[in-house]
Design a protein around this ligand. Structure first.
Ligand SMILES: [Zn+2]
Length: 348
């Protein structure tokens, strides 16, 4: 699971990367080829030609850019389920195949799982996609892995984090021009947590947000489309983690957040940046079902499920975001990623 094993507000004390992330044998370009090959498992369109989707002018469209399969289920999943239920068209772009992820569910830590982990992760993504009711497309890059050690080893050749920015952003620019989202979500400049693929995901999202609308950039990748709003995920904040922690303790159970909170540097908390809280508590079950679909990455007995859903709904019924860029008049705080866009698109 590419989740914050240390919370986002915590400096990595060893400076050696987050642990619990082991790398299967690296395959360089072979890995990349295989990722691109299996990545077409579910593409809402296969190119800019005849298969391009018909995007209705009165349709609200949300594009969520994520680094690995499973990130979409741990960041903003309830928001996506809510918008799907409202008729919004939601597409997830998954930058890499998660090939260098680990098996983090003890029940799945078996040789036959490790042998075909990249393919299994594609299958898990397909299940999560069904649960969430979203479209999803792999961008075809190879997981960079999470470097560990002191000093840190170099990143593996050909991995996503090492692809030059212009080249790395190209598939996303093409996707934006085909799907025509009004709203894009991605990670903040720290990646939400310090994985090189998350940082890179942030970089290409910011870059593509601008470039997709510029007719002079990537003219070969389709007609320009300028999204209106760009958001960063802001759900892993100190106040929310503290609230969950206290709620769990109140039930008499042990909190999985104790160590996080003990090491959390308040100066690195990001909660003051939240502009937008999307009420989505009634979709927390859908979020959890999507997480469970990533069976190699999620331990059903783990921290994701430590706080009862009804309690979560009571104490923190929203997923939170920072409006990082807006080309429309947006008044914050707000509770809707499409605030200010609905009348323009003609949808309520
Ligand atoms: Zn990740």
């Amino acid at each position: 699971m590419h989740e914050p094993d240390t919370a986002p507000g915590i400096r990595n004390r060893s400076g050696s990367g987050v642990t619990r992330h082991t790398c299967p044998p690296s395959g360089g370009t072979d890995l990349r080829r295989s990722a691109a090959g299996v990545g077409g498992a579910h593409r809402f369109a296969s190119g800019t030609g005849d298969n391009a989707p018909v995007t209705r002018p009165d349709q609200l469209r949300l594009l969520a850019v994520h680094a690995h399969p499973d990130d979409e289920s741990s960041k903003g999943a309830a928001t996506m389920a809510k918008y799907v239920a409202e008729g919004v068209s939601v597409l997830v772009a998954t930058c890499t195949g998660g090939e260098r992820g680990s098996v983090l569910n003890p029940a799945m830590d078996r040789p036959e799982v490790w042998e075909r982990l990249p393919q299994i992760r594609v299958e898990e993504m397909a299940k999560a996609r069904e649960v969430l009711g979203i479209e999803q497309e792999f961008l075809g890059f190879v997981d960079s892995g999470l470097p560990e050690g002191d000093p840190l080893p170099p990143l593996p050749e050909g991995c996503f984090a090492l692809v030059p920015l212009e080249e790395a952003a190209a598939p996303l620019v093409a996707l934006i021009r085909r799907f025509k989202p009004q709203v894009i979500t991605t990670y903040d400049e720290r990646g939400g947590y310090p994985h090189p693929d998350h940082i890179k995901t942030h970089e290409i999202s910011v870059f593509a947000f601008e470039a997709a609308g510029d007719p002079d950039r990537y003219p070969e990748l389709g007609e320009p489309w300028q999204p209106s709003k760009l958001y960063y995920h802001m759900s892993f904040t100190l106040p929310r983690t503290r609230a969950l922690h206290e709620a769990i303790l109140a039930t008499g159970a042990e909190s999985p957040y104790t160590e996080w909170l003990a090491n959390w540097d308040p100066a690195r908390d990001i909660s003051h940046r939240v502009t937008t809280r999307v009420p989505c508590g009634e979709y927390f079950e859908v979020r959890d079902a999507a997480l469970i679909a990533h069976a190699t990455q999620i331990d059903p007995l783990g921290r994701w499920f430590a706080c009862p859903i009804d309690t979560q709904r009571e104490i923190w019924p929203t997923e939170d975001y920072e409006l990082a860029r807006s080309l429309i008049d947006a008044t914050t705080p707000e509770d809707d990623l499409f605030a200010g866009l609905r009348s323009e698109v003609g949808v309520r």
